[in-house]
Write a protein that binds this ligand. Structure first.
Ligand SMILES: Cc1cc2nc3c(=O)[nH]c(=O)nc-3n(C[C@H](O)[C@H](O)[C@H](O)COP(=O)(O)O)c2cc1C
Length: 304
């Protein structure tokens, strides 16, 4: 029987449109989890940086009524250590592999992208554009020039599909998506976390060691959805939806708003099998509705 869930992201074929959001799920051949990695549309491990770095000081997590604020930062072994362990960890990965890279300058994005493109298992590179630039201390995802420069540098370093992960912490997201597309990104991912804060009133101090962090989880779903909608309405760049997806209904909303695929993050912490349930639920939805392929619902909510 044909796979109803088989899909494409900017021409890249994937077995289904469901994948983890970077930093929220990883794979090791010796570790069993409730996630059957062979059934994922793709796997995206935590972003890696060029040089080793420890991440942010504790505390790194604060729960909110409908979400999670994290200030994990990017604890990273650095590219050299990642390369050393790549074959033993990801050599036999049973689904398409996307590597997320985080650079502090265009040159770092280029080096990381080039290095990670040489493995045949890697089907695409995702650019985490929410790292402060070394010179300006601004994030590429928030600054049109830095965004263009980072994506162009990565584009020149690979022939593999390039996904630019955008930040919701901007006035309007569609122009940023268009800039990423013009600079060579094949697709954009929307959204990363939303800047947020929590205070412990007993200690009269910020809960997070980094003071502020990024909000994720159900609270941000309507925001991510509107941003995917805006990108789909105003640009021609394929978009991968992310932000607050917990259930098959959530994933369907993103697909109907115009997302070619979806990423599931915080939901996996509360419900480790969430991605499996969403994959099963999507297949069931298509069967119940008599829809032959997932592509038939992508962007279906758009005005005629
Ligand atoms: C604990 C944690 C770590 C994260 N680490 C990364 C990361 O390394 N790279 C990245 O691009 N996004 C990272 N993110 C953001 C997620 O990939 C995702 O964009 C965001 O959490 C929104 O999706 P969600 O509401 O489904 O969690 C992280 C999020 C969380 C909660």
């Amino acid at each position: 029987m044909a796979n109803r869930l088989a899909c494409h992201v900017a021409g890249l074929p994937l077995p289904n449109p469901v994948m983890p959001a970077s930093g929220t799920f990883d794979y090791h051949p010796d570790v069993r989890t409730p996630v059957d990695v062979a059934r994922l549309g793709a796997l995206i491990p935590k972003s890696i940086t060029l040089h080793p770095q420890p991440g942010n000081p504790p505390s790194r997590l604060a729960e909110t009524p409908a979400g999670l604020i994290n200030s994990i930062g990017i604890p990273s072994p650095g590219l050299a250590a990642f390369q050393d362990k790549f074959r033993s960890v990801y050599g036999g990965v049973p689904c398409p592999l996307v590597i997320s890279v985080a650079g502090y300058s265009p040159d770092e994005y280029a080096q990381l992208t080039q290095a990670c493109s040489r493995w045949p298992e890697v089907v695409a590179i995702e650019l985490n554009l929410s790292c402060p630039n070394l010179k300006t201390h601004l994030m590429p995802a928030q600054d049109p020039i830095l965004l263009r420069d980072a994506v162009q540098a990565a584009r020149a370093a690979t022939v593999k599909p390039l996904w630019a992960k955008l930040s919701p912490n901007v006035t309007t997201i569609a122009p940023m998506a268009a800039i990423a597309h013009d600079a060579g990104a094949d697709a954009v991912v929307a959204i990363n976390t939303i800047r947020a804060m929590a205070i412990n009133i007993e200690r009269q101090k910020a809960i997070l060691g980094h003071f502020t962090g990024g909000l994720s989880g159900p609270a941000i779903l309507p925001i991510g959805l509107s941003m995917v909608w805006d990108i789909a309405q105003h640009t021609s760049v394929p978009v991968i939806g992310c932000g607050g997806i917990r259930t098959v209904d959530d994933a369907l909303m993103y697909l109907m708003a115009g997302a070619s695929a979806v990423q599931v993050g915080t939901a996996t912490f509360a419900h480790p099998a969430a991605m499996m349930d969403i994959i099963n639920g999507l297949d069931r939805y298509l069967a119940d509705q008599g829809i032959a392929q997932i592509a038939d619902i992508i962007g279906i909510a758009k005005p005629a």
